[in-house]
Design a protein around this ligand. Structure first.
Ligand code: KG4
Ligand code: ZN
Length: 360
């Protein structure tokens, strides 16, 4: 069974083919160059770019895989959450292909796809406790199967990645700052007393990182020596030499550790409240962070859960995860009627599959 996956929820246009759960080929066009001038993603430009490159990426993908469109059995597309204008390009393209090829189409929840992506690399054991940590989301799920996700907790304000990026901005690092903070923090030791573990004195599994951000802002405002700055020509920002550099590294390490410890507190609570998980899946861009990985790995060991973290290329946005999730849904007999909708950021993605349209 060959499933085509289409991803256009933010600033990566990507297509991939998954055959029987194995990645066959993928094409990806990042829009970083288009948006870098503006310091963030410009939604209008993002959708125009998706529309411009989608057809060419499709042709390239078929060439790479050595197949023709009629070999495709099922079309999967990221339907949300994401930038609405961008999603609409992918969804319209998927529906047009479904009509032209007379094949079923299924809309995929982009967040679920991130979590299931590791299934391309290894067998996933369900039920699984899953933490998705990216620039836009911090969600804990109990995953019972590829189509049964229960949201146990989420951030009430900034996502974990956003909290890292905003702290990076305070000390003058370019967006997205997460990986620079990661690099700097390797040269310092975390001080557990420097920053609060925010929003843990309650009994829920939600997150709030605004208090942590305010604590960091107060510290940086009082201490201008923490400001690193960077060369806008694109050179990697460097940790200053000597004592000052060590201090900055220590502050970065302490800030990241506060985020990591908070994630662990809520994961441990989710596990206690909703027992029965066999594995712990960590996904999203922040899963690349060394302290987050180490802290979550220690928790998995303590709880006796198998730890699953997808490789770096599967952590960031890609179409392989969409094709893989589409393949799983198709195997479960699920598809969508041609009038399914794209779902913008902040809205619930419904489980409005259709069973009747999926076979044949
Ligand atoms: O999942 P992702 O690639 O994109 C979405 O947000 O959808 O996640 C991006 C986030 C950014 O906040 C970025 O700073 C963070 O992941 N990130 C990291 C690292 N690499 C990426 N944060 C901490 N340490 C890293 N090594
Ligand atoms: Zn994503």
């Amino acid at each position: 069974m060959l499933c085509l996956g289409i991803e256009s929820s933010c600033d990566e246009s990507a297509l991939a083919l998954v055959r029987d759960g194995v990645l066959l080929a993928q094409t990806l066009k990042s829009q970083v160059d288009v948006h870098s001038l503006f310091g963030g993603v410009v939604p209008e430009l993002a959708s125009r770019e998706h529309g411009r490159v989608m057809g060419a990426l499709y042709g390239l993908l078929l060439d790479k895989a050595g197949i023709s469109g009629s070999d495709i059995d099922c079309i999967a597309v990221a339907r949300g959450p994401g930038l609405l204008g961008s999603l609409l390009v992918g969804v319209a393209y998927a529906k047009a292909l479904a009509l032209a090829l007379q094949k079923p189409v299924v809309g995929v929840n982009h967040l679920h796809a991130h979590i299931l992506a590791a299934g391309l690399e290894r067998k996933l054991e369900f039920p699984a406790l899953a933490l998705l940590v990216s620039g836009g989301h911090t969600h804990i799920y109990l995953v019972r199967s590829a189509s049964d996700f229960e949201l146990l907790g989420r951030s009430l304000d900034d996502a974990a990645g956003e909290a890292l990026d905003k702290f990076g901005k305070m000390i003058g690092l370019p967006y997205p700052a997460g990986r620079h903070l990661d690099r700097f923090s390797g040269h310092g030791a975390a001080d557990a007393k420097m920053f609060p573990r925010p929003y843990i004195d309650n009994d829920n599994c939600d997150f709030s990182f605004s208090g942590l951000k305010t604590a960091a802002l107060n510290m940086v405002e009082k201490d201008p020596a923490l400001y690193v700055g960077f060369d806008p020509s694109g050179a990697e920002p460097e940790l200053p030499e000597g004592e000052r550099g060590l201090r900055i590294a220590g502050v970065c390490a302490s800030y990241i550790q506060a985020v990591a410890d908070t994630l662990v507190v809520k994961l441990r609570r989710a596990h206690a409240k909703y027992g029965g998980a066999r594995s712990l899946i960590l996904a999203g861009g922040v899963a690349a962070n060394s302290r987050v990985r180490a802290s979550v790995a220690a928790l998995a060991e303590e709880l006796g859960l198998e730890l699953v973290i997808p490789g770096p290329a599967l952590c960031t946005d890609n179409a392989a995860m969409i094709a893989y999730n589409g393949w799983l849904l198709h195997n479960a007999g699920l598809a969508h009627a041609l009038d399914f909708a794209a779902v913008p950021r902040g809205r619930h993605v419904p489980d409005d599959y259709s069973r009747s349209l999926c076979r044949g």
